[in-house]
Write a protein that binds this ligand. Structure first.
Ligand code: IMP
Ligand code: MG
Length: 188
């Protein structure tokens, strides 16, 4: 895995920058804003951004799963809902990567329809725009990935593996196949 996409240093800079910008953006909120992490991929990123926030925030988590089978548009299901009502509050949604945009589109509609927040600010570490199918407005992006490649590490997984890597790597197809072989020997 020699193809480094984001080093620890770059991640530290990105999370500090986003944290400071968000702090300014959230400074005048009357009600305490809620930072929502999308499980599980954005956990590392969420915590690092949070450490750079200079305003009071509540935190919550939501989990969705996307299934990209044979159909062109993936089907998204909600696996875990929020634990409290965010009605009328500004929410900051933290995502690891926006790829086709299908999951994020679903999540945005879900949050708006079900909770009626005051506004939603979307933060994504990686904007993989080459594969975008549905329009997504990302307010703060850590980086734009122009190539269509598979990323692993710092929360990003391949079938639940690799989330613990401290940096982000781009995988060749051969490396993905190697990982797939490793997983086949294990039952999660
Ligand atoms: P989308 O619905 O196609 O935008 O996919 C969103 C989800 O797919 C992300 O939140 C990730 O969990 C996962 N995903 C997309 N691209 C990658 C990648 O390169 N590495 C790991 N996970 C990815
Ligand atoms: Mg995700």
């Amino acid at each position: 895995m020699e193809h480094l996409i984001l080093s620890k240093k770059q991640i530290a800079k990105i999370t500090a920058d986003i944290g400071h910008k968000l702090s300014k953006d959230l400074a005048k909120e009357k009600k305490i804003p809620v930072v929502i992490g999308i499980m599980k991929g954005s956990m590392n990123f969420m915590m690092d951004v949070m450490k750079n926030l200079e305003v009071d925030v509540f935190t919550d988590y939501i989990q969705v799963s996307s299934y990209n089978g044979t159909k062109t548009t993936g089907k998204v299901i909600l696996k875990r809902d929020l634990s409290f009502d965010i009605k009328g509050r500004t929410v900051v949604v933290i995502e690891d990567i926006v790829d086709t945009g299908v999951s994020m589109n679903y999540l945005m509609d879900f949050l708006k329809d079900r909770y009626h927040p005051k506004r939603i600010i979307l933060v994504a570490l990686v904007d993989k725009r080459s594969r975008r199918k549905e329009k997504v407005k990302i307010d703060y992006a850590g980086m734009i990935l122009k190539e269509d490649e598979f990323l692993l590490g710092y929360g990003l997984d391949y079938n639940e593996l690799g989330r613990n890597l401290p940096e982000i790597y781009g995988l060749t197809n051969k490396e993905v196949r190697k990982l797939a072989g490793k997983i086949n020997k294990e039952i999660i």
